[in-house]
Design a protein around this ligand. Sequence first.
Ligand code: NAD
Ligand code: MG
Length: 293
Amino acid sequence: MYTPQDPRTQYPQPPFPPQQQEGPGDIHKMDPAPDHGETTYVGNGRLPGRKALITGADSGIGRAVAIAFAREGADVALSYLPEEQAQAEEVAQLVRDAGRTAVLLPGDLQQEQTNVQVVADAVEGLGGLDVLVINAGTMPTVDSIDDFETKTLDHVLEANIYPLFWLTKAASPHLEPGASIITTSSVQGFQPSPSLAEYAVSKAGIANWTRAMSQQLIERGIRVNGVAPGPVWTPLQPAFVPNEKIEEFGSQTPIGRAGQPVELAPAFVFLASQESSYVVGETIAVTGGMPVH
Ligand code: NAD
Ligand code: MG
């Protein structure tokens, strides 16, 4: 990933084989296998001694961020759903292989109390907290307003929006000046697909929350920023997107292919590190050329 080359052909391009999974999905059932940096990401001491809590850390973007953070010198607490235990343990092993501490925190973040407990356990297990990556998310597709159900929207907001407030409120007493909070929005928050209205409104909300909260928390020396990924090859896709769209996944981007989770990690590393000291309230697009803003 460090060798200069044509980015259009650096990773797999469509068509992808048709495939479907039950949510939350398993990276080992994906074809082609996604790249989270397991054998590719090399750290450079950019997060020395940082203590980071990452949600959705078992798979996809969160897994890539956890691997990168550990190799940059951070200790990492991993939040994930209980049924993802096996994948989370693999990430924990990779963190330990990098010589860092890993803390495993299974739980459903749709419950406020779980968010409070996850933060308390991360603080205890890491001996403090100075980076919070709020990345977990769900993405049901609903093709028609005729099929809208209140419970779907409740579920999306409880999984994608409420934890922003719950985790940040629980974490803020522990965060010192220099701490960083990073959200995961989406290109969908700026250019919504017709069948993703519930999800897209949550992702627009995340970018909006990132701006609002950044203005509150910079008063305490804490920076809040976000990343807006384009289409990325993670279990979210075969778990929620129908096969006809999987086959062409990523072809709508100017770069002509899906992103790999490892390609998202450097933006999170940048926002977590002191290198981004003057970046506040921004959502960085990592979209293969799809515009946001
Ligand atoms: P992923 O499925 O690998 O990660 C999502 C994770 O969210 C799951 O692994 C799970 O651990 C966690 N999660 C979901 N519901 C939860 C709940 N109720 N409680 C606790 N944890 C829960 O997929 P990903 O694509 O890496 O997703 C990470 C983030 O990236 C999500 O916020 C997603 O919306 C966002 N995103 C993804 C894409 C993409 O194309 N893959 C594009 C834009 C944004
Ligand atoms: Mg997962």
